[in-house]
Design a protein. Sequence first.
Length: 127
Amino acid sequence: MQQQGRKPVTDILLVDDDQDYLHQFGRFLKGEGLSVHSALSGEEAVACMEQQTYRVLITDLNMPGMDGLSLSRKAAITSPKMPVIMITGSILPEIPWLAEEAGIAKVLAKAVNPEELLMAIREVLEI
């Protein structure tokens, strides 16, 4: 039974504007025993974080509206202990610096495979 005033906890909030990506990685992570909630935008993810607590946020960098960096900054305010993993296809040299400035724990290159993502999750959760 959930205590009054406490938000339910889900392992992962997975955010990307690509539904195929959300489905593929969500299915894989659920198969690994993790609970996963998906959001198609940064704005939707913020609404999710207002309703639930997540152990890890995984976000794409480039999305319409709120990008992954902005989402990560908001997450750092609302859930300061929640690690963020960002996935990006961008090759801009300033991405690592911007990610660090936004409080992102780990950056993975797009075309990341599910096993690599799982290893990153275990690393940031120290499990």
